[in-house]
Write a protein that binds this ligand. Structure first.
Ligand SMILES: [Zn+2]
Length: 1023
């Protein structure tokens, strides 16, 4: 899945990526169907509910109201059941129980009382023994506990459900699914039937599989030899999205059985499962569109299935539809047959062996263009009014498909590949095998309104999803803890393929800036190892974060540089061949690489140090004559430095690279593997300067101690002695070190004094980003210093801003830089920017939007126009009628950058409702509103007030929720705000307060407070 290539990753400090230089909507991921978990909050816990019910079953009459209260308080306080049992024992003293537990007065009444007491005592003791200690923890048990399996939860009908774990049992595995679906775009419901052929691995009486929100009307089972389907009892346990089919007789090892289930459900109104989308056609008539988004856990809400990535099977899909519409699925269509009047059935070829989360289908009114390459028909689909915007995607997809087949030396295995633009879509795109779904802005390119950045975005997302056809679809991670194998690889391949096929896009520089942001997130104490244990749906959703995507990709980039291009490529090929149609863990990748290195280098040993630790190393360099001493430690932003002890257990194997003044930077990169805490590199001769982490190919930060001065002088004297990526890397590193307190902010500002001469986007973007972080923090605190920071930026970039033209001329790189600089200048009313933009907007408005505007600066023009009431209203009207998604995207951001608070509230509320403004835009709107002085408190209030609705629509833990939490809190730098954010999330469900993104938000505010304390007075002195 593509979260959004430039997904606005949660960043420390005020980390708002200024919309001026980060255009794309953030976002990512999926939202979960709100009705999937129709249980009340207190029921939504792992083992506790079942355990509690068992206890009640045994001694319900004895539990009075006080005890009930006590129990819920204990749960709140995280107390163990042990406490409660002692409370019960105290109460029992009133029953004159003797020390040995027998009754001292053998009257009838006493016997009855005594029996009750004994039953209670026995049941309490049993519960104490049977309940694992972790019963009341949110995660349930992490360690395997034998007693766990003895405690079964209760199914919806009150019977014991025969399985207590979140993961499915492995005694039965699916081989094949026959799925028939009939969606109705008038009633917005669907009916389905599925036949699942399973194979029995261990003798059993039950088949446990997933189902969520489905109304199952019939279940039957047929043995391989038997012709008669036997009705079976089935049990439902909605808390784990599971059903159990109870077989009438033992299911025998090695035998195949066919499970037959009929069901119905509503089309989902979140972006998850089989969901409905409302859109306007070319005649402004409302139409319905049905599509799927299953990753990670929603195939189960479209059909009962074994919904874990390692349970691969083949799928035969049949869809009944209105004859006016069309359907698409993973495989090509085999036949269409009439069913009843006006209804036909499409049947698709049997799929390859694949995971359930990759199954997909679409029912809608669609048009397409196609081209064949190497035996595969590539098609781009969109709603009819967008058909004129699909040409760029088709050319790009064909080129990329050809490139990947050559690079992996494995052909794309299907006869067709469809790319479909979906009118309302939560993430950027989804890699379903053979049927890739996209948000419209990531697939549709409009010659008039799409900017250079839009072109890059579309290319990147297609490159990412096509790479998934191998990484993810052909070879899949075994479980979600290794999601980075899918997403890290697809992200790595996305940038690698773009560099190879579309070098003019300079996508490697974008990648660099994404790595910087991922490192900021990874340097917080709330970060997590790349491969982390996950079980609950929130934990799985949370794996779709910047670390899985960007850190994963940058570690592969580092490995590719270290192994060399050819060895890396050969390792990738071995990996894909060894595990085609199978599932893998991280170690399988390293073992495949080791097959190529053949003992000369242990890739597994090297990479484990990066995959299993959170964070990354800080390498400190000290130069003395020819000797360069290097030392590693963990780079971490410590909120309370005095309370921290250094964590000496971290040791990375770091493939260091460096260049010196004595060589031409294009040819003489040196390498050194630092696998100790410290080492000394001896150079052949003394050098004037040395720069480590060449082109930022490694995932670490470098501190040059005394040599920062040398590098600052070098940049002033001759900045092109270093590559643009190296310059961006130095800017990032020194500002990061200033945040850590290892270097002064003053020195960081000295380093960027050379910027007047800079013309490459990467260092300029990084410098603007760092200065905007500081500016935004100061501005929100009402500090006069903010104006001085802006003055400094103007001093450095003023001339460059003046040189920009209001056109789409020049190379892609020049155009992108222009968009960044002018959007920034207009937003801060710098130079003459807003005057020019306002004039252009007025002309455009007076032509009723018929004149065309230069696409790269369109956003700056719209934002300037939206400052007035008339301009804003006109823009909203144009937003509603525009058929260009690229244009609409720029309009929505301009609308959200107004200073009128009533309009900001209106925008957020309307986007949540999804009628005038689609809900897919909401996190983009919140991000934009959060950045502005009039908006940042509104955005937080909006999130607080609508938290339940937001988490229902976008699903707890999803990338969208991660971004919303991050954006709405990251501008805070006071203790009062810290307390407010903490208190708010603590008052929500435990699942909410335990989210990584909430911990990150709290870390970030603490860091902002610390940053202010550390730097404010000093900045006053010298800025
Ligand atoms: Zn992806």
């Amino acid at each position: 899945m593509e979260p959004f290539p430039s997904d606005q990753i949660q960043l420390p400090r005020n980390m708002i990526e200024n919309s001026m230089f980060e255009e794309e909507p953030d976002v990512v991921d999926l939202a979960k169907e709100p009705c999937l978990h129709p249980l009340e909050r207190e029921e939504v816990e792992y083992e506790p509910r079942s355990s509690r019910l068992l206890v009640r079953g045994l001694g319900e009459h004895e539990m009075d109201d006080d005890e009930e209260d006590y129990e819920s308080s204990a749960k709140l306080l995280g107390m163990s059941f042990m406490n409660r049992s002692s409370g019960l024992r105290n109460n029992m003293a009133g029953y004159r129980q003797s020390a040995d537990g027998s009754c001292s007065v053998p009257s009838t009444r006493t016997v009855v009382v005594c029996t009750v007491v004994v039953v209670i005592a026995v049941s309490v003791i049993m519960v104490i023994y049977l309940l694992p200690k972790c019963t009341f923890t949110k995660e349930g048990c992490r360690k395997k506990n034998h007693t766990m399996e003895l405690i079964y939860p209760l199914a919806t009908n009150g019977k014991l459900f025969p399985w207590a774990k979140i993961r499915l049992p492995t005694d039965v595995v699916p081989l094949h699914y026959d799925l028939v679906l009939q969606p109705n775009l008038t009633t917005l419901k669907f009916a389905g039937s599925v036949k699942i052929v399973v194979n029995v691995i261990q003798v059993t009486w039950k088949i446990v599989l997933h189902s969520s929100g489905l109304n199952i009307t019939k279940a039957a089972i047929t043995s391989a030899g038997g012709s008669q389907a036997k009705p079976v009892e089935f049990l439902e346990y909605p808390l784990h999205d599971q059903i159990a089919v109870m077989a009438p007789e033992a299911l025998l090892v090695g035998q195949n059985y066919t499970l037959n289930i009929e069901y119905s459900s509503d089309l989902s109104d979140a972006y998850y499962g089989f969901y409905k989308i409302s859109y306007k056609d070319e005649n402004s008539k409302q139409r319905w569109f049905a599509a799927t988004q299953f990753e990670p856990l929603a195939a189960r809400s479209a059909f009962p299935c074994f919904d874990e990535p390692a349970f691969k099977a083949t799928f035969l899909i049949k869809i009944k539809r209105d004859e006016q519409l069309s359907t698409l699925s993973n495989m090509p269509k085999e036949a269409t047959t009439p069913v009843t009047n006006g209804i036909v059935q499409d049947e698709f070829f049997v799929s390859l062996k694949m995971s359930t989360y990759l199954v997909a289908f679409v029912v809608a009114d669609l048009k397409n263009i196609s081209r064949e390459t190497n035996g595969t028909l590539v098609s781009i689909y969109a709603v009819p009014q967008h058909l004129n915007q699909v040409g760029y995607a088709l050319n790009t997809a064909v080129k990329l498909l050809e490139f990947y087949q050559k690079y992996f030396l494995i052909n794309y295995p299907l006869e067709k590949l469809d790319l479909v633009a979906i009118p309302d879509f939560q993430s950027g795109a989804m890699e379903n095998w053979g049927l890739i779904t996209f948000r419209e802005t990531t697939l549709l390119y409009d010659n008039k309104t799409s900017s250079a950045k839009d072109k890059k975005l579309i290319t990147a997302v297609i490159a990412h999803e096509l790479a998934h056809q191998w990484f993810g679809n052909l070879v899949t991670m075994e479980w979600w803890n290794d999601l980075w194998l899918n997403e890290g690889f697809a992200t790595f391949m996305e940038y690698f393929a773009m560099e190879e096929i579309f070098p003019e896009l300079h996508s490697d520089e974008d990648f660099l800036n994404l790595i910087f942001k991922a490192m900021m997130k990874d340097s917080l104490n709330s970060s997590h190892p790349l491969s982390s244990t996950v079980q609950s749906s929130e934990q799985i959703e949370e794996m779709f974060d910047a670390l899985s995507y960007i850190k994963g990709a940058s570690l592969l980039l580092m490995l590719k540089h270290y192994l060399t291009k050819d060895v890396f490529q050969a390792g990738v090929e071995v990996y894909l061949r060894n595990y085609s149609y199978g599932s893998t863990k991280s170690d399988d990748l390293w073992d495949s690489m080791n097959e190529i290195t053949n003992g000369t280098l242990d890739v597994k040993k090297l990479m484990k140090t990066w995959i299993l630790h959170k964070g990354f190393p800080l390498v400190t360099v000290v130069r003395k004559g020819k000797n360069i001493s290097v030392q590693q430690e963990k780079f971490v932003y410590r909120v309370e430095p005095e309370n921290w002890t250094s964590d000496a257990s971290y040791l990375w194997h770091i493939p260091l690279t460096y260049i010196t003044s004595n060589c031409n930077f294009t040819h003489c990169t040196n390498a050194y593997l630092l696998d100790q805490k410290s080492a000394v590199i001896e150079l052949p001769e003394e050098v004037e300067w040395i720069k480590f982490n060449v082109d930022m190919s490694g995932y670490y930060i470098v501190h040059y101690t005394e040599d920062w001065k040398t590098l600052i002088d070098l940049l002033k004297k001759n900045h092109t002695a270093l590559s643009a990526k190296d310059r961006a890397n130095l800017i990032n590193n020194i500002f990061s070190l200033a945040g850590l307190g290892k270097e002064s902010l003053k020195k960081a500002f000295e380093l960027i004094d050379y910027l007047e001469k800079e013309s490459s986007p990467a260092p300029l973007t990084q410098a603007l980003f760092q200065m905007s972080l500081i500016y935004n923090l100061l501005e929100k605190r009402g500090e006069q210093l903010a104006a001085r920071v802006m003055h400094r930026i103007e001093h450095l970039l003023g001339n460059k801003i003046d040189q920009q033209t209001w056109t789409d001329d020049g190379t892609l790189s020049e155009r992108e830089l222009r968009a960044t600089l002018l959007a920034f200048a207009c937003a801060h009313d710098m130079r003459n920017c807003r005057v020019t933009a306002t004039e252009m907007f007025k002309k455009w408005m007076s032509s009723n939007g018929t004149t065309s505007l230069p696409s790269d600066v369109m956003k700056a023009i719209f934002a300037a126009g939206a400052k007035t009431n008339d301009g804003w209203e006109f823009l909203l009207k144009m937003y509603s009628s525009s058929v260009s998604e690229a244009e609409k995207n720029k309009m929505i951001e301009a609308l959200a950058s107004t200073d009128d608070v009533r309009k900001l509230i209106w925008l957020m509320q309307n986007s949540l409702e999804g009628e005038v403004i689609r809900a897919q835009e909401l996190s983009h709107i919140i991000a934009t509103v959060s950045q502005s002085l009039p908006g940042y408190l509104l955005a937080w209030d909006f999130v607080k007030e609508n938290w339940e609705k937001l988490t229902r629509k976008f699903h707890l833990g999803s990338y969208t929720i991660q971004n919303i939490v991050s954006w709405s809190t990251c501008q805070f730098s006071t203790k009062a705000h810290l307390l407010e954010v903490k208190t708010f999330f603590e008052s929500r469900s435990e699942e909410s307060s335990q989210l990584h993104c909430v911990k990150e938000a709290i870390d970030t505010i603490q860091l902002n407070i610390q940053w202010m304390e550390r730097n404010l007075a000093k900045l006053q002195e010298w800025l």
